[in-house]
Design a protein around this ligand. Structure first.
Ligand code: FE2
Length: 370
């Protein structure tokens, strides 16, 4: 049994300037980022390397066509390292830009273990506490011909350096903050109940869950602005969660998010949140003695109550109220196709479930969220 997988070196700095100095960022580097994140940094810091702005290639979540256009652009530079400064979409895109150009993007998906080879050094600097992409070996994009979001996962998809800078979280608005940190919470919870969970992944998942829920309780009791006092904790939690699910894997919640998020253009964290509690309730009904009981016990110890899952549901409602899928436009006719697409295309995630979930089970979860 694989206990734990580690790859990037993890660094932390108080400010972006400290990072620029320590990593000796120069004109031999290229930065991939978004204007809204990078322009304030440029005003304060001296940065003289080429910058690629992801939104110049499209504003949706990354597609294979956007990634190909960015590959064509970055190939015009003579550079050694790519520095990705952004949320999960920017970090995932960067993982693809540094690959050897062995063929089309479809070719990478055909046999990732053989066809994916890293050619440049990659430094990932997350600006949201969410995906944990800086420490995982997966990148997700929309395959336009198939109209589907799919991940590529191989050893070569790890970045070389993950750099944590809490001040970068200051620019994140409240809604994005909740959806990204809920994503990190879901990573830790799905890793914790995964059939691949190990003592190492549990240690990291528990700490991530505790840090995020303590932060949420602080917001519930003291208002939205207190979140800024815990930037460092949220950033650490999302990285711990990334390390945990990097080995244990995510499961049903993430699997369900892709069909819904893809069709109704719902960002990743928000789409995952949609299925979070319903999936946990499903496991509680169908496999009550499995890892879900370990989770309920752990949540009960944090909330100091018997029904840990119920307390989690109440806390999330207070901090980030959620509308059902129908509020995004989903209808009954979506349910069967969503369940079918999830079952057929997300086995990469569903195989991590301790309790096997079939197409009918997925239908049940989707229908309960309509
Ligand atoms: Fe996620």
């Amino acid at each position: 049994m694989k206990f734990f997988q580690v790859s990037p070196e993890i660094h932390g700095f108080n400010t972006f300037d400290e990072f620029l100095e320590e990593f000796e960022v120069s004109s031999k580097d290229v930065i991939l980022t978004n204007r809204v994140i990078f322009e304030p940094l440029q005003e304060k810091s001296k940065i003289d390397c080429p910058v690629i702005y992801s939104e110049d290639y499209g504003t949706s979540e990354p597609t294979d066509e956007m990634v190909q256009a960015m590959m064509d652009k970055i190939d015009t530079y003579d550079y050694d390292r790519l520095i990705a400064v952004g949320g999960g979409a920017v970090l995932d895109t960067a993982k693809l830009l540094v690959l050897e150009r062995t063929g089309s993007i479809d070719f990478l998906y055909e046999n990732p273990q053989e066809n994916v080879k890293k050619a440049k050094t990659l430094i990932c600097v997350p600006t949201t506490a969410g995906t944990g992409s800086e420490v995982t070996n997966v990148a997700v994009m929309i395959r336009t011909k198939m109209d589907l979001k799919m991940g590529i996962q191989t050893q070569d998809m790890f970045c070389d350096y993950a750099v944590l800078i809490p001040e970068l979280l200051d620019t994140v608005g409240y809604e994005l903050f909740t959806h990204t940190t809920v994503d990190a919470l879901i990573h830790s919870v799905e890793a914790y109940i995964s059939k691949n969970a190990t003592p190492f992944t549990d240690l990291l998942a528990e700490h991530a869950i505790e840090l995020i829920l303590e932060g949420y309780m602080d917001i519930r009791d003291n208002g939205k602005d207190v979140r800024f006092e815990r930037n460092n904790e949220y950033l650490l939690a999302s990285t711990y969660a990334g390390l945990s699910f990097g080995t244990a894997g995510c499961g049903t919640v993430h699997a369900c998010s892709f069909a819904f998020g893809g069709k109704y253009d719902v960002p990743h964290g928000e789409a995952c949140y949609q299925f979070f509690i319903e999936t946990l309730r499903f496991f509680q009904r169908n496999n009550p003695d499995g890892n879900i009981s370990k989770l309920n016990n752990y949540l009960s110890s944090i909330f100091d109550c018997e029904d840990g899952l119920g307390a989690l549901d109440d806390l999330l409602d207070a901090v980030a109220p959620l509308e059902k899928m129908s509020a995004y436009g989903a209808v009954e006719a979506d349910i069967k196709p969503f369940a079918k697409a999830t079952y057929e295309n997300q086995q990469r995630l569903l195989k991590n479930n301790e309790y096997p979930v079939d197409e009918k089970d997925l239908e049940e979860i989707f229908r309960l969220r309509l």
